[in-house]
Design a protein around this ligand. Structure first.
Ligand code: NAD
Ligand code: UFG
Length: 349
């Protein structure tokens, strides 16, 4: 089998670095393009250390067409996994222009360069936030979209753009049509079991799991549990947490699927990547205490604006068409988070 070269945008980041490990272990050649706006190149040194394999790294911005064109000409990738993007919901409300420029314009430049080099296999990091507010708690791919903040809308806009690209090729019976997987992540947590790579948020974490881990290590004094009056069994919010390794394996399954009938005439398809079950905030806190033996100091605080009570994935389509499902347990997610946090109390610094 010829070696496939996968270009990974945002490969130095949390999910991207774990994807690089899985890609290298699966025998792919890996090229990373990252501007290090939310990551450190140390993550890539660790990826190479733990796989014993090398990758190529270009410190570049995906909006820089000249740089991207040169990279495509040098490396001749066959497939792109596109993680590069900004992801903080609150920041996106404060600086929408930044988010649309980075996430939407960045993807336009990337896909333009891909098209010019006839590289038309793309796996895109989408998000469960593209779904509209609904009475249902379990989301399936056919639900109407309706993101409620600029970050979510930037993902939904990119999905629309990518669907249009694929559709144009299908209509034109293009010889090498776009094959695009839109992977809608639920809540990625955890770390590689080695503890060498993991999530290293800048400043105070926005998300539950890194916050809990930093309380456990003593970097933060107390967790605020945002609301205990939701209509859920213990009153706290429920989410579908997914181990980052399960998540990145879904990307390799998507690349495999590009060779199947589903994508043979070109296609752009959305898949939920989630476990199909949720845990509450207090269940996460309890699991963390049980696994680590550390007491998590928390207080009940008011609800956080924009949060929903409960949602989780219907992951059946990914099982049926990508032959993918989660393998890891809540214990794995917590133990691997703690292994990373305790071995790297200051992250990659
Ligand atoms: P991350 O911030 O750790 O990784 C993103 C990487 O992209 C960073 O290394 C950053 O430096 C890089 N980057 C950003 N803009 C860039 C640009 N213009 N050019 C080059 N590089 C750029 O985030 P992550 O958690 O690994 O998320 C990866 C992707 O998955 C993002 O697109 C995010 O929106 C999406 N996603 C994440 C979550 C989550 O909870 N982590 C959930 C759903 C979707
Ligand atoms: N929570 C707390 N205290 C905290 C942080 C979070 O109680 O300090 C609660 C939230 O209220 C929510 C749950 O923990 O009930 C999970 O919150 P996160 O911030 O970890 O995750 P979200 O579900 O809000 O959003 C995340 C990402 C989004 C992504 C989405 C996909 O932040 O970017 O998952 O479903 F799109």
């Amino acid at each position: 089998m010829p070696t496939h070269t996968v270009l990974v945008t945002g490969g130095a980041g949390y999910i991207g670095s774990h994807a690089c490990v899985e890609l290298l272990n699966a025998g792919f050649k890996v090229i990373v393009v990252d501007n290090l706006s939310n990551s450190k190149s140390e993550s890539l040194s660790r990826v190479q250390q733990l796989t014993g394999k090398t990758l190529s790294f270009y410190e570049a911005d995906i909006r820089d067409k000249t740089a991207l064109t040169q990279i495509f000409a040098n490396e001749k990738p066959t497939t792109v996994i596109h993680f590069a993007g900004l992801k903080a919901v609150g920041e996106s409300c404060a600086q929408p222009h930044l988010y649309y420029h980075n996430n939407v314009f960045g993807t336009l430049v990337l896909t333009e360069v891909m098209q010019e080099h006839n590289v038309k296999q793309l796996v895109f990091s989408s998000s469960a936030t593209v779904y509209g507010v609904t009475e249902l708690t379990q989301y399936h791919e056919e639900l109407p979209l309706g993101a409620i903040n600029p970050y979510g809308r930037s993902k939904a806009m990119v999905e629309d753009i990518l669907r249009d690209l694929a559709e144009a090729d299908i209509k034109n019976k293009c010889e090498y049509p776009w094959k695009i997987a839109l992977l809608r992540y639920f809540n990625p947590i955890g770390a590689h079991e080695s503890g060498l790579i993991g999530e290293d948020p800048n400043g105070i974490p926005n998300n539950l799991m890194p916050y809990v881990a930093q309380v456990a290590i003593g970097k933060l004094p107390q967790l605020s549990v945002f609301g205990d009056d939701y209509p859920t069994p213990d009153g706290t919010g429920i989410r579908d947490y997914i181990h980052v390794i399960d998540l990145v394996r879904g990307h390799i399954k998507a690349i495999d699927a590009f060779n199947t009938e589903k994508f043979s005439d070109g296609n752009c398809k959305a898949y939920n990547l989630g476990a199909g079950r949720g845990y509450s905030v207090l269940e996460i806190v309890n699991a963390f205490e049980n696994v680590t033996g550390k007491k998590i100091n928390y207080k009940i605080s008011p609800r956080r604006e924009g949060d929903l009570a409960e949602y989780f994935a219907n992951p059946e389509l990914a099982l049926k068409e990508l032959n993918w499902k989660v393998e890891k347990t809540l214990h794995d997610m917590v133990a691997d988070t703690w292994n990373w946090q305790s071995k790297n109390p200051q992250g990659y610094k």
